[in-house]
Design a protein around this ligand. Structure first.
Ligand SMILES: *[C@@H]1O[C@H](CO)[C@@H](O)[C@H](O)[C@H]1NC(C)=O
Ligand SMILES: *[C@@H]1O[C@H](CO)[C@@H](O)[C@H](O)[C@H]1NC(C)=O
Ligand SMILES: *[C@@H]1O[C@H](CO)[C@@H](O)[C@H](O)[C@H]1NC(C)=O
Ligand SMILES: *[C@@H]1O[C@H](CO)[C@@H](O)[C@H](O)[C@H]1NC(C)=O
Length: 508
């Protein structure tokens, strides 16, 4: 049996703070209907006490983005190490890393002992390079068995002390960014996709569909293993989707409303539908045709109902504009063209989708209404499943000096992130307590500033600032103080909060 050398390299820990500091009413008898105590008047006064009693709040990180230690102990190289360093590593042997296992046992025990329930993501993109070399990683269906073995190992090792599990983080990003537009490892695409990107081989409009197919089958196998695992009983498992929300480019226009629906089918339905119906959305089958693989009846059966909760990562929204015929070239297939749309920041009437503070990372407009809308969509479209928001957060690029260093004073002064969280928590509140969407938890991305994939260390997402030039010392940001107060003290001074609102434009 092939065991990945460092079996835990994809572990993502979502730290949940257990328990409610309030005496709010508990949930009612009907398990799917959230029960909320009181209605706050505005987002400024919102705090944890307004949410159902059993609601989990936490923060998230991912191993490859925070751990470092690439050369320490006997950790194996991942696809991202090689991708980053641009040269392959030498000889690797199979086997389990005892240091890795001990590291995670210690971490998980420490969290549990401090009243913090860890949630674990099995795969957050950093596939062992040895499997990339051997058979192309998720391009090959051989990954499915290896992934199951790996998941089984984790369940056996940690299933007794970790109750919430995610199989795969953001399959859309993994397939699309890695194999359609080449912006993330392994950087595969066709040269016609984007002049700026150097493709390391690949076939856009083809490979991403195969990769998704294997991701989904791997997911289904892992879920089956989880359900067979004795010590995992009482735990829950899901997959973390990362859809944008789409507002119609022209409301009440048939073509554009249809485009908005299609955009969601391509983005969320692509990975979500197979876990409910056992098949891809009809729209995709019709448009993508032979390039979209087919599930065997057995795979289809395993996929159906292969989650206990829907994991949702939400960041931003877009306008999907129906693609005009002059922008189509059927000989140059790619996922976005297949969906028949282009994404825009402004609608036909020139309204921007949300506010866009100056130091925001690219594409980071603040549109909190999108969170409520996507939650409601999942409730209505997929039969009111349980949902956990596994990621939501704000990426910025604070002022850096000429050497690229960010001073701690500037780095911890992040009113935009605080604003983002405030607005999204309010939107979440409305989804749960007004729309009665069955959301059970919310994790801020991220606990710490970290390695933001192709953006390196320039983009920061943390509630804690990491001083990279000063021994990686950590400093709580304003947004972290806000979240702490939201969770503990609760009530904020509304006047003070108002003054911090930094939006440069009004939300739609
Ligand atoms: C996708 O998978 C199918 C079935 O295994 C295979 O025939 C095809 O060559 C694959 N395409 C790509 C681009 O990998
Ligand atoms: C809108 O996009 C769809 C899907 O690609 C396409 O079939 C349709 O012709 C487009 N409509 C217009 C008016 O361009
Ligand atoms: C903080 O940022 C401002 C610009 O926003 C800059 O002028 C100032 O030099 C920075 N401070 C430090 C200590 O880097
Ligand atoms: C960083 O830590 C090392 C070892 O603990 C210490 O020798 C060094 O002085 C520290 N550097 C700074 C800038 O604090």
């Amino acid at each position: 049996m092939a065991m990945w050398k460092f079996p835990l390299m994809g572990l993502l820990l979502l730290l949940t703070i257990i328990g409610s500091p309030t005496t709010a009413e508990g949930p009612g008898e009907s398990a799917n209907e959230p029960v909320c105590p009181v209605m706050p008047k505005e987002e400024d006064t919102l705090n944890r006490a307004f949410f159902p009693k059993d609601f989990l709040f936490g923060t998230a990180t991912a191993s490859y983005q925070v751990e470092g230690g690439v050369y320490e102990t006997n950790r194996g190289r991942s696809m991202w190490d090689v991708y980053c360093m641009k040269y392959p590593n030498g000889k690797r042997e199979r086997g389990v890393s005892k240091d890795g296992i001990r590291f995670y046992h210690d971490l998980i025990d420490e969290l549990n002992n401090n009243g913090i329930a860890p949630s674990v993501t099995i795969f957050h993109w950093d596939i062992p390079q040895i499997l990339e070399d051997e058979y192309g990683g998720f391009l090959s269906e051989k990954i499915v068995k290896d992934f199951r073995d790996y998941a089984e190992y984790l369940f056996d090792e940690f299933g007794g002390k970790v109750k919430n599990w995610i199989t795969i983080n953001e399959p859309w990003v993994y397939a699309h960014a890695g194999y359609d537009v080449g912006k993330k490892a392994p950087g595969r695409c066709s040269s016609y996709v984007d002049k700026e990107v150097e493709c390391l081989g690949g076939s856009s409009g083809n490979e991403a569909y195969n990769v998704t197919h294997n991701l989904l089958n791997a997911h289904a196998e892992a879920v089956e293993a989880f359900r067979n695992c004795e010590k995992c009983k009482g735990g829950k498992i899901g997959i973390a989707h990362c859809p944008l929300w789409f507002e119609s480019y022209i409301k009440d226009n048939e073509v554009e409303d249809e485009a908005a629906k299609r955009a969601l089918e391509f983005m969320l339905g692509w990975h979500m539908d197979p876990t409910t119906t056992g098949d891809y959305p009809e729209t995709m089958k019709k448009i993508v045709g032979k390039r979209l693989p087919e599930f065997t009846p057995e795979q289809s059966e395993k996929l159906k109902g292969s989650f206990d909760f829907v994991g949702l990562n939400y960041y931003v929204s877009k306008f999907p504009k129906n693609l005009t015929s002059d922008k189509r070239d059927e000989n140059k297939p790619r996922w976005l063209q297949d969906s028949g749309i282009e994404w825009t920041e402004k609608n036909e009437a020139d309204y921007a989708i949300g506010s866009r503070p100056d130091n925001a990372m690219k594409d980071m407009s603040i549109y909190s209404r999108g969170l409520k809308s996507i939650l409601k969509h999942i409730k209505d479209r997929y039969g009111n499943p349980e949902i956990m928001i596994m990621e939501n957060g704000y990426g910025d690029m604070p002022h850096a000096d000429i050497d690229g260093n960010v001073h701690v004073t500037n780095g911890t002064d992040d009113p935009n992130r605080k604003f983002y969280l405030q607005r999204h928590l309010f939107s979440l509140y409305e989804a749960v307590c007004v729309e009665k969407v069955n959301v059970k938890g919310y994790f801020v991305w991220s606990l710490l500033d970290n390695f933001e994939w192709q953006a390196g260390y320039k983009v920061r997402f943390g509630l804690y600032f990491v001083d990279y030039k000063n021994n990686l010392t950590r400093h709580l940001k304003k947004s972290g103080e806000f979240y702490r107060d939201f969770l503990s003290k609760g009530v904020l001074d509304p006047a003070k909060v108002k003054n911090d609102i930094p939006a440069t434009k009004t939300e739609l």
